[in-house]
Design a protein around this ligand. Sequence first.
Ligand code: SF4
Ligand code: SF4
Length: 655
Amino acid sequence: MKKKRNKRRNYYRLTLQWIIVALLGYMVVRLFVDATYKPDFEAYCPFGGMQALGSYLNANSLACTMSTTQIIMGILLAVGVLLVSKLFCSYICPIGTFTEWLGRIADKFKLRFTITGIADKLLRVLKYGLLFITFYFSVTSSELFCKQFDPYYAAFSGFGDDVTVLYAVIAIGVTVLGSFFIRQFWCKYLCPLGAATNIFAFAPVFVAITLIYWIAVSLIGWQIHWAWYLGAVCLAGLLIEVSRRQGLYFPFMKITRNSDICTNCKICDKACPHGIKISTEDTVKHIDCHLCVDCIVKCPEEGALTINRKPWRWLPAASVIALVAVGLLISAYWELPTIDIRWGSEEQYENAKEYQQAGLKNVKCFGSSKAFATQMQKVEGVLGVQTFVKEHRVKVFYNPEIIDEAGIREGIFNPVNWILSEPPDGLEELSIVEIGIDRFFDTKDAFLLSELLTQNPGVFGMETSFGEPVEAKIIYDPELADPDKLKTLIEQKSITYTSGDQTVKEKTSYQVAYINPEIDKIATHEYLQKAFNPYNRAFNDYDSYNEEQLRIYTLPFAEAMRQDKQRWFAFLMSHLSDNKNIVRMTVQWQDTAPVLQIYYVSEMVSPEEIHSMLVKPNLTVHYADGSSRDIANPYSFKAFDEYQEDKFWQESLNN
Ligand code: SF4
Ligand code: SF4
C-alpha cells in the first residue's frame, strides 16, 4: 500500500499544467490552419499585467498588447501569494512546467545537480536584476520590454516582431541548458516574475517601502524618481531572499510535517522540485516552496505531510481555479483604457457628454492611440479621449453645445485619396463611380477596402469622404470592372494580403448602402496628377547647408504612384538618413510621372553611393526610441548605370 502511495501522481497539478500545455498547443496549431487567427500568447500573463499597471500609474497609459485582464491577473497573483502560495509558478507558468519536466529527464540520466552555498546566493541576484530592468524599461516605454528576450514569448510567437532575436536565442539557450543541468535554474535564478512573487511574500517590507516612498513623494513633496523605489524594493527582496530564504509571515498556507507519523524516509525531499529538505522541517517556510504538494502526494505515510496541519492538498489547485475565474469575471466588467488624455477644464467636464465608438481598427497600440488623441485635439468641442486597443474602441468626451455625435464621427474619420495601381499605357480615360459603404470607420478600413478592390486589375484608385454611409469614389477601367463587380468585391467576408514578408488574412464586413447611377469620366493623366500625394522631409541639419553645397539626385519613381508603396516613404527616408550627408528626400510629380529627389552634400557623397543605398535588399529603419530594424526593401530600383544613361540627375539646385 505504501509503495503504491509512493508511485502516486499529483493529478491536481498535472491536470492544470496539461490544460495550459493543451491551450498553447491549440493556439499554435490554429495559427497554422487559420490565417485570420491572431493568437495572444500573453493574454493572461500576470507579469505583463504588473508591468502594465506600473506603466499606467506612471504615465496613464497601457502597453499596447496589455488589457485589464492581465492587470487583474497580476493583482490576483499577489493575492494568491499572500493567501495561499506562489500558485502561478507551480500550476500555470509554461516555462516553469517545461523546465521542470526537462529537469526530470536529466534526473533519469543523473545529469542534474543542485547549486548550494554562496553560488546559489549570488545567482539569485540575476532575477532581481532582470526584474528591475524589465520593469524600468516597460514602464518608461509603455511597451513590454521583456518581450525582447522572454524565451516563452519568443518561442510561441515564432520570434515575432517584438523579439530581439539575439537576446531571445541567448535566453532560450541559457534556460534550456541551465534547466537541464541545474535544479529549477529558471525559477530560482532567472525568472523576474519569480523575484516579483517573492517580494509579495516579503509583504511587510514591501508595504513599508511603498509607504515610505508615498509619504516622501506625496505628503512631503520630495522629488524622488520612482526608479529609486523600484530599486529599493528589488534590493530589499534580494537581501531578504539570500539572508533568510523565508517569506515574512506570508504565504499563509505552508506544508506542515507531523514528526509523530513521519518515518524519515526522505521520499518527500526527493519529490520536491526545488530539493527542499522537508523531512527536517516541521513547517516548510522556504521561499522556493510554491505549494505544488508533490511532497504530500509522494509521502508514504498518510497524514505525515499536510497543509497548515489540515488534509487540504486539493486547496492550491482549487485556489488557482477560483482566482482565474474571479479574474475573468472582474475583467469582463472592468477595463482600463490604453490612454486617458483630457485637455478640457474641470468646469467643461461638468457638462461634458461621452461618445463611444468601436471598430476603429486603426487604434491598435499606444502610438496609434496617441495619434488618435492628437487628431481629436484639433476637433473643436472635444475635451478628451480614452482608447481601448484590444477592442479598437474609443470614448470621446465632448461639449454638446459645440459639437454633436455626427461631428465627432466626422472628426474621427480620415479621408483618403489613393492611387491603387498604375493604369496601363494607352488607357486614355477612366470611369468614376460613387458608392456608399456602411461599417467603414477609419484609415485601416480604407486600407482593407483598397486590398479588396485591387483584386480586380481594372481598379486604379479610390477616394473616400465622410458621410453616413461613407462615400467612396472608385476609379476603374470600364472594360474590366463595373459597379456590380465592385459591390461583390467590397462585400467579401475576408481579404488576404501581404505585409512585408507576411501573409495576413483579415475578416471584413462592409456593406454597400447605395451605388450612384451617374458614372463620371476623367482623363487618365489628369486623374493621376490630381490624386498623387507628394512627400517632402528634410533631416540631418538640412537648413545648415546653402544651395551651393547641395545637389539633388533625381530618379524616375513610377512605383511611388501606388498607395501601397507610399506607405514606405518614411522608411526609405529613415534608411537614407543613415548617411549624414543626405539631408532631404522628396517625391514629386514631374511632367507625366513621379520622381524621387534626394538632396545631398555634393563634396561628401556621390550619386553612386546614394544609389547603392537604394538598391540594398533591406532598408534600415530607425525608431524614436533609438532602436533600429531591417525590413525588406519594398522598392525595385534599377542598377545605377541604367539611370545614368537617362542623365536623370541635377548638378546643383540652381540648374
Ligand atoms: S514526510 Fe516523512 S514519511 Fe513523508 S516522505 Fe517525508 S520523510 Fe518520508
Ligand atoms: S516543499 Fe512540497 S509543496 Fe513545497 S515545493 Fe517542495 S514539494 Fe512542492
